[in-house]
Each structure stands twice: as C-alpha cells, then as structure tokens.
Design a protein around this ligand. Structure first.
Ligand code: PBE
Length: 267
C-alpha cells in the first residue's frame, strides 16, 4: 500500500454504517472540511462495516471505515484513528439516558435506576468483547451484572423493587448500544420489571421516546453526534444526563495503512 494513492486503492470509498447514525453526518462533514470531493461514503450497517474490516484486515488490504470508541474492534485488531486536525468529528462526548415525559410519575422506581445508571468505557467494552466472542447479548449482559455487583448496587440501592410493571427500551444495533441496553435491561428485570428491548433505527429511537411509545433509551450521544435528533425532539424528551463519558468518533484504519491524518486523503 503506497501512501500516495490510498484513494485509488480503496476506490475513494469510506465504509460507513447505518444512514441514521450521527457518525455518518459527521463523516459527510469531514469530507467537506477536508475537501474529499471524489470520495464516497458507503452506507450499510455496523455489522456490515465490521465484516468488511475483518475481511480486509485478514488480507492486509487497504480499508477506511467510520469508527467509534468504545468498540470491541480496537481490542481485536491493530487500528488507528486518522488524525482530525479540523475537528470535524467534534470532541470527546458523553452517552446520555433519555426517558419519555411522564415516566418519572408513572414509574418512579424504574426511573431512579435509569437515572443512576452510569458506567465506564472499560465496562461497556467488557460486554462488547463478550458478544463479539459469541455470547448472546442478553447472556453477556447478565454475566457483566453478576461480575460487577458493586457497580450495579449503586444503581439500585434503596430503590423499591418493581411489581412486573412494563418498561420498554429502544436502541439501535450499534455494538456499544446493544451492550448498554442489554445491561440496563437485565438490571431492571432483576429488580422486578417486565422489560422489553426493541431494536429500531436512530430516528425512530428518538421519536419513540419523544412520542411516548417507548419509555427510555440509553443511547444518546451528546453534545455533537445526536444534536440534530436532540434539536428536533428536545421539548418532548427528559434528559437524565450521562451514563458514560469519554467516547470518540472518527475515520479508522488498520495500523498497516501508510496514512495518519484525514488530510492525507485529499487529492
Ligand atoms: N455510533 C454509536 C452512533 C452512536 C453510537 C457512534 C455509531 C452514531 O453515530 O449515531
């Protein structure tokens, strides 16, 4: 792979994820900011992106993907973020928990648990790696809950148990959110709630909590990644603040790629 014609070698293509992801909007912005006129951003899904990354990686082929942290791919492969001197991808962010209006009144104890939910990137990664290694999301979540009683206790301490009340959580099939939603779902189940997890696209996830058809989500990346969704729905959502701090977004390549910055892609 020569540093001079990386564009040609990847056919001027960046391997993206689902079109509703904020990461796709950020990448489109980066492509403008860095003047990547001849480049295309390919839409797909997180699962398709990681499958293509794996295929390229195993053959040491060039590839550029849209990526984020926390993610298991950094544990599995030797990867690097391309430097982003123009900060098109924004700064480090937090993931917030959001509930529908009226949820606090309808279900004050489940609300307290969701409000207390907070963990670290290493916790989330532990669940993600487990799922990547073949565990079912629900099983990986249960296992994490069993192995981290002290953290879980902080979320549930002093909260009255549920009585089979329904709690519906919505999420997108992003690996990070599959992990977090299954973990908080597992904790709510253990506390006596009848929990349903529904996988949707990003737009319907925010819309569902805004219109009350879902109770909560733990997948809102603020202040940048999901700012358009927040602006659309902010008066209809209750933001319970961060459940994780220290994320990152950007263009990710295998370490064997001979480029280091998004500016290296300009032709
Ligand atoms: N992600 C993971 C999402 C938020 C969580 C970075 C792919 C997005 O870009 O919207």
């Amino acid at each position: 792979i020569s540093p001079n014609n990386v564009g040609e070698q990847v056919q001027y293509e960046i391997t993206g994820i689902d079109p509703g992801a904020g990461l796709m909007t950020a990448t489109a912005k980066a492509m403008k900011d860095y003047n990547l006129k001849d480049w295309k951003l390919k839409e797909g899904s997180s699962a398709a992106m990681t499958a293509e990354l794996q295929k390229a990686y195993e053959q040491k082929q060039p590839i550029i993907v849209t990526g984020w942290t926390p993610h298991w791919m950094f544990a599995k492969y030797k990867l690097k973020y391309l430097k982003d001197p123009k900060e098109s991808f924004g700064k480090s962010e937090s993931i917030h928990t959001i509930v529908r209006k009226g949820f606090k009144e309808d279900n004050p104890n489940a609300y307290k648990i969701l409000d207390s939910f907070y963990w670290n990137p290493t916790d989330m990664e532990e669940v993600m790696v487990d799922i990547q290694n073949g565990a079912k999301p629900e099983e990986a979540a249960k296992k994490w809950v069993v192995h981290h009683p002290d953290i879980v206790k902080k979320w549930t301490q002093g909260v009255q148990k549920g009585n089979g009340q329904k709690v519906s959580l919505v999420y997108v099939a992003w690996e990070s959110e599959i992990a977090s939603t299954n973990v908080i779902g597992s904790v709510l189940k253990n506390q006596g709630y009848n929990v349903t997890l529904k996988q949707v696209e990003a737009g319907p996830m925010f819309a569902g909590v805004a219109n009350g058809s879902a109770d909560a989500m733990v997948a809102a990346w603020f202040p940048t990644t999901h700012k358009d969704y927040l602006n659309t729905y902010k008066n209809q959502l209750v933001d319970l603040g961060p459940n994780l701090k220290g994320t990152k977004l950007g263009l990710v390549v295998p370490e064997y790629m001979p480029i280091n910055s998004i500016s290296d892609l300009e032709n």
